[in-house]
Design a protein around this ligand. Structure first.
Ligand code: APR
Length: 311
């Protein structure tokens, strides 16, 4: 069985463990600083396996040594957003946590792929790449699958069509300036703009952009975890099964879309080589402008990080 270690056994970490084990994709190790909690959650999930007939083993621990020889490391450790808190407010606290998580796990799993979930997402992925010194195919951020899934869910609510028929593509930074590409999104091949009246589509785009905040405001004590963690499970599955799956993810840019030395949400191909390829869409002038606005916002957070941490 393959091995996946999840750093941070909170809501997203433990729910990711659930999705992964339920699909028998790997043995799972859950690491957290809180004593007893990852052990308790790990044991609870392990005890669920006989009922669903899956042979994934799950181990909760406070010791990074238990992550030895992981194929994939998923970083969710950090502080979740509270109401009124922007993703960028999280920067200082989470940079210290993610930096340690990345370097500690790399010691024990020098060949692992890293999937980052902690916010501010693009910048935490950037920090992981720089701290580990890994090539860009081995460090990917989860954001676009989630943002696109939110848009797909809202389109399904609006139209009553199966989510399976709805393809949406949300690119750009994982922040309020993210770029829902309505021109490329479609329902069973019919462009979204032809299927949904303009005002309704605009409302869907706005709700997608604020999708994370909507849940934070409802939960009051944390942020979304079901959809973010299943998005991570999809990424892990694509890598482990060498699926060559094209999905939007945060990737390290080296000239693509005119961007350099930053993470940004773009369509990538996931397979046995991790982030194997960045796909470049042809963008029109409006889309390019939206990309640039979103990129400027990510660059700002990257710059703030560089002031805090020596990279
Ligand atoms: N090492 C390991 N785990 C840590 C560390 C650390 N240094 N510091 C904090 N943690 C753990 C916490 O103990 C907690 O269990 O990280 C976990 C975070 O879990 P939650 O607070 O439940 O947050 P969650 O909803 O999982 O979100 C985590 O993912 O989606 C993003 O915005 C979200 O940045 C946040 C992250």
């Amino acid at each position: 069985m393959k091995k996946i270690s999840i750093i941070g056994a909170g809501m997203t970490g433990s729910t990711a463990a659930h999705w992964l084990a339920e699909r028998e994709l790997a043995d799972v190790v859950l690491v957290d600083v809180v004593e007893g909690m990852p052990q308790g959650k790990g044991l609870d999930l392990l005890e669920a396996m006989p009922i669903i007939g899956k042979d994934s083993s799950i181990l909760g621990t406070n010791d990074y040594a238990d992550t030895q020889d992981s194929d994939i490391v998923i970083i969710t450790a950090g502080v979740a957003r509270k109401p009124g808190m922007s993703r960028d407010d999280l920067l200082t606290t989470n940079a210290a946590i993610v930096g340690t998580a990345a370097t500690e796990t790399l010691k024990y799993s020098p060949n692992a792929f890293f999937i980052v979930l902690t916010n501010p997402l693009d910048t935490m992925a950037y920090l992981t790449l720089k701290k580990t010194g890994l090539p860009r195919n081995r460090v990917i951020g989860q954001a676009g699958i989630l943002d696109s899934a939110r848009m797909r869910a809202f389109v399904a609510l609006e139209t009553g069509v199966s989510v399976e028929n709805i393809q949406c593509y949300v690119l750009g930074g994982h922040g309020d300036e993210m770029v829902p590409l309505t021109r490329h999104s479609n329902i069973a091949g019919i462009p979204l703009r032809e299927y949904i009246p303009a005002d309704k589509l605009e409302a869907i785009v706005n709700r997608t952009r604020k999708g994370g905040g909507e849940i934070v405001n409802l939960l009051k004590t944390g942020s979304a975890y079901y959809a973010p963690s299943v998005a991570v499970a999809q990424m892990a599955e694509a890598i482990l099964k060498d699926k060559k799956l094209i999905v939007p993810c945060a990737a390290y840019m080296q000239g693509e879309y005119g961007l350099n030395d930053m993470f940004f949400g773009v369509p990538v191909m996931l397979g046995a080589g991790g982030m194997e390829k960045i796909i470049e869409y042809k963008l029109d002038a409006d889309e390019k402008a939206a990309f640039e606005k979103s990129a400027a916002s990510v660059k700002e957070t990257h710059a703030a990080l560089k002031k805090l941490v020596q990279l």
